[in-house]
Design a protein. Sequence first.
Length: 567
Amino acid sequence: MESCGVPICSRGGEQVQSSPVQSSPVQALQLSMQFVIFHCILLELPTDKALCRGEIMLLPACKHPVLLREAATDHNIDNTTALLREWLRNVQELYHYVEWRPMEEPQSYTDEMGPKHWTSSRFNHVMKLRQAALKAARQRWADYILFADADNLLTNRQVLNLMIAENRTIVAPMLDSRTLYSNFWCGITPQGFYKRTPDYLPIREWKKLGCFAVPMVHSTFLIHLQREATHSLAFHPPHPDYTWAFDDIMVFAFSVRQAGIQMYLSNREHYGYLTIPLKAQQTLQDEVDSFIHVQIEAMIDRPPIEPSQHLHLPAKRLDRMGFDEIFLINLKRRRDRRERTVRSLEAQGISATVTDAVDGKALNTSQLQALGIEMLPGYEDPYSRRVLTRGEIGCFLSHYHTWKETVDRGLQSVLVLEDDRPEQAVAGVPNLVEADYSYWTLGYALSQQGALKLLRAEPLGKMLPVDEFLPVMFNKHPVKKYMEHFEPRELLAFSAEPLLLFPTHYTGDAGYVSDTETSTIWDNEGVETDWDRQHSQRSRKARQQGHISTAGQNRVDSAGATARDEL
């Protein structure tokens, strides 16, 4: 499936619907403002929650109705055609006109090295599709045409109204990604390539808000076709004076420049997401993984992206990735975190058992005494210099219970994964490093043998936070006096590099919440503690989170990295 904005195919094909649907008098009055929306992959915004991959964009909330739908699909090796056909049959009555043109063959380009390889013939094909869409929109006297790439997720259901309100000839909604990459450039070289400028970051990071004049927008953008200057715009063939590289977005940007039109980018609101471009040698599975990553990132601060109600999608098969069990430790009162994490795991096909965490806020002194819990003599937090908190005790007990269950059920696993520093690479084993001291315990795989070693240390009577205890047990804690209380210290711990797990928020970030830092001290529930994240030590702690030292990094050749965008 092409990741382009125009699915009109010049060849013949099956037609799902090709005649206007009957409209009410009110609808007839609205028909004076027409839109043509072109996608290769279809997106839908029926609710505030928004869309999934494999949908046409339909915006029933837009004050100007979406009237025309021309859909084509080609070069597929999956079930894209079947999905689009099913979707169109279920929603065609919502459109004034729908035309459907699938093309089953060929499944690939003759000069491609893989499905993510953008060859000259592929660029040429996509440019022709977009040009055909532009021509069709003009023939139907459409006022606007919206182009949106197949892998763009528009999660703001007012995006059309908002872009129209900008009153620009060409305007794009800024799309978010997991890197600095987005759908605009702030600078362009005389040869038409991307140019890094100081203007990019403030816009990309929403530090400057507004609608900005830029030399390039791509992937998703709206064209006001009633503006006279647009009459000379073309995606194909390239302008007679064109000398830049044969690239679809560069060809169109040149055409826009020659027409005397200024492109604009709006970042006034959060409009949606896009995936980062893949390299030519990468696979469709890499693309699937990248798309899942976008879905998971979207859940951090916003509602999950829901699948369409107009498609029948089989339930995803979940597994435990070869482990006997996957525990998800979660505080029962943190339902939002539980839902987000469970959905994130399900999106990746991972089946986990939710384990209710021990809530430190609910622990009282008599319970601690009954469990025989005592703080390790002399322990103090390495950053705030406070003693153990009840939140940390609850966290430790939650992990302790999983260690005990691992032993009691005879569960078997082989690897410990930590968010660690400063690591040393394991000789002869790519992407594996020896774990060192870490302040956070985001997640780890644990073997039966490892669980036994942790339990035999009898840590409840000399407790310290679990993310301090684990480095003690693999003999890497920087405070020697802590390690003296535990013998033997022979836990074997390793970490993946690059890291496999990252927190949604780092210490001090907006939205960061801690149930261990914000608590009461362990032996007096009347003394509250809330570590001041504004203090200078915050930056020291944050710098340690999510970091792999240079000595632990497996070097990757970056020669294939793109120079086109902020990747």
